[in-house]
Design a protein around this ligand. Structure first.
Ligand SMILES: NC(=S)c1ccno1
Length: 237
């Protein structure tokens, strides 16, 4: 997978050289390049923003540098993290992980001139996505989060691909609680079923815990959970 990130703060992306993402880049599974938007400015001050038409607080990112930057690195699928975006989900991560070329545009200030998005959409798929109902200083941190969610799904990145099948959101439910040694810690014991060696009982316990946890914390996910996936016994949960 090829990924281009365009930002006015390239140094924000140091974390993408660490851990499993760093290994994915080193092994060639992920070809990632971070670009400074100011590369595509032409004035001595390397200006990337200006005052908003119609007045109002703050500054807006100018279209010219963005247009030239996207011309240079595109086409691909353009992803713009933004408070006005569609909620980003695991399903989105899974869809994006199957693509060959992603481009991330990191907005700052009050945002990017809308014409940049509109112009790009005439040449490539554009997704404006939000990580949550809050506002960040810019898109950079959101790109790091989205890149983690996508990269871990790339074949060969995780040592054990099995961990992708039962994790939260992969199957539409929250994951069951997990435990490791010691069997007793501060008078709190690991559930006996997990030490029983009865894999059928363990699987049923984990599923029950997933359903209980999802029902308690994410009724929206339970409502969306396909009825066909629920056994008759599950309906009593
Ligand atoms: N909520 C998101 S993704 C965001 C990006 C920039 N500010 O907020």
């Amino acid at each position: 997978m090829r990924v281009d990130v365009i930002t006015i703060f390239p140094d924000y992306f140091g974390p993408l050289s660490l851990s499993l993402i760093g290994k994915a880049r080193g092994s060639g599974l992920l070809d990632l390049e971070v670009h400074d938007l100011r590369t595509w400015t032409s004035d001595v001050h390397r200006t990337v923003d200006d005052t908003p038409y119609g007045g109002g607080p703050g500054m807006v990112m100018r279209p010219e540098p963005w247009g030239q930057a996207l011309d240079a690195v595109g086409p691909g699928t353009l992803i713009v993290p933004s408070p006005v975006g569609k909620p980003f989900t695991q399903a989105d991560a899974q869809a994006l992980a199957s693509l060959d070329h992603l481009i991330f545009a990191c907005g700052r200030y009050e945002g990017i001139d809308q014409r940049v998005i509109d112009d790009a959409a005439a040449r490539m798929p554009v997704l404006e996505v939000s990580l949550g109902d809050y506002v960040l200083f810019g898109g950079e941190v959101a790109v790091i989060v989205i890149m983690e969610a996508i990269t871990r799904l790339l074949p060969g990145v995780l040592g054990n691909a099995d961990s992708l099948t039962e994790e939260s959101h992969a199957a539409g439910l929250l994951e069951a609680p997990v435990y490791t040694k010691p069997a007793s810690w501060r008078d709190r014991d690991v559930p006996d079923v997990l030490r029983s060696g009865d894999h059928g009982r363990i699987a049923r316990w984990r599923r029950d815990q997933s359903l209980l946890r999802t029902a308690a914390r994410r009724p929206d996910m339970m409502a969306a959970y396909p009825p066909s996936s629920l056994d008759k016994a599950d309906r009593k949960t």
